[in-house]
Write a protein that binds this ligand. Sequence first.
Ligand code: UTP
Length: 292
Amino acid sequence: MPRPIKTAVFPVAGLGTRFLPATKAMPKEMLTIVDRPVIQVAVDEAREAGVEHFVFVTGRNKGVIEDHFDKQFELEETLAARGKNEQLEILASDLPQAGQASFTRQQEPLGLGHAVWCARKLVGDEPFALVLPDMLMKGAPGCLSQMTATYEERGGNIIAVEEVPHDQVSNYGIVGVGETLSDTAFSINEMVEKPAQNEAPSNYIISGRYILQPEVFAEIEAQKPGAGGEIQITDAMIRLMAHQSFYGVKFDGTTFDCGNKVGFLMANVAYGLDRPDIEPEFREALNALLKS
Ligand code: UTP
């Protein structure tokens, strides 16, 4: 039985330049999906998969993320005095327990691999989940829970994968498909970052969720900056593949890339239509807007 995944790392140190000016003073991870910050949706998914330690790799201007995962005494007192019990319950159930959230800083935005490496002391010698919060993966059960099922059977390293049209493969990290394990899982025999279309081993992209063994930290540390002068996580995984197994789990659900504007807007529409409290009114308004 592989060691269970109790820790998740959330890299939130990026600059979010595609969302300026919204992200000038506010982290992009606090942009809202209906009424929940993007980062809260990612934390909910990890909690559902059994995660008990939430590690945030932050940067300058990201203090509000730490505040979001803290108690707000004045607000709670005011809500209690006004009898707003429903809101109080939401705040209480969203909050990690004392000691379950840790924060460290990536002092310079040197790439996703480097951000993950910044979490090494907080993760320790344990396998962990890596969750890219701006890839919003809407599924039931959530993407990490779907991956955990294969992890519990096989151990090793797991990557959530999704198919894209062949002419888009050069925008992504792509995996090669080895042995089929089930309808939804296969072993990965190759990994390439942004290959030319005729050199891509498949059209399965590396999506925004990973389960990684702690040996990945040593691989990141040994690494020279790759594409764009940044330390890439894919490069470290390629090296780790030389001595550990990697499995792909096909995500059953819809992914919204909330790092770009259309993806973010679409996520709000999809999550909004899924909310019983606003769905009828929202659908009617949306239909009217589309017809106008
Ligand atoms: P992105 O590639 O979306 O970069 O990062 P970004 O800086 O956040 O956004 P843009 O492109 O300027 O608009 C993917 C994920 O990796 C994190 C980001 O916070 C995001 O969750 N990241 C990226 C870091 O934590 N550190 C980095 O150095 C780079």
